[in-house]
Ligand binder design. Structure first.
Ligand code: NDP
Ligand code: 2IT
Length: 449
């Protein structure tokens, strides 16, 4: 990047940091975008004249609220609830809810900011939002989770709606939580609408929504590999996480002929050199989704190694798919991946690679598919769930999967269109500019709002 651009990026970031102190993840997400967008804006002055960058980093609305609830002992607990309504230029606010003890304003603003570009990339009419709470679902009974989510929705319901803001799941929010949230919304509004996505199939959900993020991440990896005349077949894959995204990334990668050798949770990772096949994955899914246990049980059951407190990036692989959380691959780990021959990173998680790790990938010219492109399949099928709800009609599994697959291919094409740099495809640049243009043009068209 030239010095002029670098100065502009630094000046812009200084303003963002001064205005949003301590929101380090938000700064990181904004920096990654403006680094690629500022040179583009310089060539397209309508965006700087309209102050699009200054406007796009400012949420349209931030809602913060108290969530009091009673635990099983009858004691009062208090959590904090959030919804960031970031941008509605191209559709209703759309994005997940995260329940995790680390949740704070800065983390949700980073996620909401990413969501604006990601949702635009899907080609579907969805704005960007994100929400959640510092509530920790781990170790809570189903009744405690229900009482907390009912209290959470008792405030959130007045801010959302099928044409206003449509939340979904994220870390700590899966089918169980969406069910309780939906039930409470329906009770308060007396309306059966598509106000949330990720709903159960019997009550307005879409087939393939649970699978969509993980499948999409593998479809995106396959598209990247195709640019080098290669495919997932025969590849060794490391995956982090063992939740919704990791599980279905593992399933699809295996179906595509790859061998997945790791999964993890916050206590460590398991290494299964023979591969996590369908039967072992079924065990993992029961362990995580039904019994809500720890990953070490997999190692005990199948006699493989468990590495407590460690992440899987030191294991030799061709393809790495981080599917747990933000900043879970640092510079040293990125170097270890490259040194071990990894040449594809497809991110199921949001912002899992630190800026230093990204610099290592790009320096080594590997195929690096960043989260907002590679994990857009989840929200894309959420968009398809909204369409099906509006039509009062359901598509088949095959129909939804085919649309998902096509959307991931289209996102890849958009990344290539805006990110091709000689022989190398800069997916960061491609996704950021590709996602930006539609939102920015819509903001300009709608005047100063
Ligand atoms: P889940 O709650 O289903 O699973 C999260 C997994 O990541 C668990 O294995 C969890 O381990 C692990 N994890 C979470 N936080 C940490 C942490 N701080 N350190 C180490 N491990 C951690 O969430 P999802 O699978 O839905 O989400 C995973 C990632 O994918 C997130 O970044 C999310 O934003 C992103 N994403 C999700 C989409 C979706 O549709 N669900 C769509 C697009 C992106 P443990 O159980 O021990 O906490
Ligand atoms: O980060 C994400 O894209 C999600 N958690 C899914 C959002 C959605 O609305 O389906």
């Amino acid at each position: 990047m030239s010095n002029v651009y670098e100065q502009k990026v630094n000046d812009f970031m200084a303003k963002v940091i001064a205005k949003n102190p301590a929101e380090v993840e938000f700064h990181q997400a904004v920096h990654e975008v403006v680094e690629t967008i500022i040179p583009f804006i310089e060539e397209n002055p309508q965006y700087s004249e309209g102050k699009i960058l200054d406007r796009i980093v400012e949420p349209e609305r931030v809602i913060m609220f108290r969530v009091p609830w009673l635990d099983d002992k009858g004691e009062v607990q208090v959590n904090r609830g959030f919804r960031i309504e970031m941008n509605s230029a191209i559709g209703p606010y759309k994005g997940g809810l995260r329940f995790h003890p680390t949740v704070n304003l800065g983390i949700l603003k980073f996620l909401a900011f990413e969501q604006v570009f990601k949702n635009s990339l899907t080609t579907l009419p969805m704005g960007g939002g994100k929400g959640g709470s510092d509530f920790d679902p781990k170790g809570k009974s189903d009744n405690e989770v229900m009482r907390f989510t009912q209290s959470f929705m008792s405030e959130l319901f007045r801010h959302i709606g099928p044409n206003t803001d449509v939340p979904a799941g994220d870390i700590g929010v899966g089918g169980r939580e969406i069910g309780f949230l939906f039930g409470q919304y329906k009770r308060l509004r007396n309306e059966f609408t598509g106000v949330l996505t990720g709903k159960g199939i019997a009550w307005g959900g879409s087939l393939i929504r649970p699978e969509a993020t993980g499948y999409g991440t593998v479809y995106f990896a396959e598209e990247m590999l195709k640019t080098r005349g290669d495919s997932m077949k025969g590849k060794i894959c490391t995956i982090s996480g063992s939740g919704n995204v990791a599980q279905y990334a593992c399933e699809k990668a295996t179906e595509f002929g790859a061998k997945v050798v790791t999964l993890s949770d916050s206590s460590g990772f398991i290494y299964d050199p023979n591969g996590i096949d369908a039967e072992k994955l079924a065990f993992m899914m029961d362990l995580k989704n039904v019994r809500r246990g720890r990953i070490k049980e997999y190692a005990d059951k199948y006699g493989v190694e468990f590495f407590p407190g460690k992440r899987p990036w030191g294991i030799k692989c061709d393809v790495a798919m981080p599917c747990a959380t933000q900043n879970e691959v640092n510079e040293e780990e990125a170097k270890a991946l490259i040194d071990n021959g990894c040449f594809v990173v497809s991110e199921g998680a949001n912002m899992p690679s630190s800026p230093e790790a990204i610099a290592i990938y790009q320096g080594a010219k590997i195929l690096y598919g960043l989260g907002k492109a590679a994990n857009a399949g989840g929200v894309a099928v959420s968009g398809l769930e909204m369409s099906q709800n509006s039509m009062r009609f359901n598509w088949t599994r095959e129909e939804v999967d085919e649309k998902l697959h096509q959307i991931m291919k289209d996102i890849h094409t958009t990344c290539v269109e805006y990110g091709k740099d000689g022989d190398y495809i800069d997916y960061v640049k491609g996704a950021n500019i590709g996602g930006f243009v539609k939102v920015a043009d819509s903001m300009l068209a709608q005047g100063l709002v």
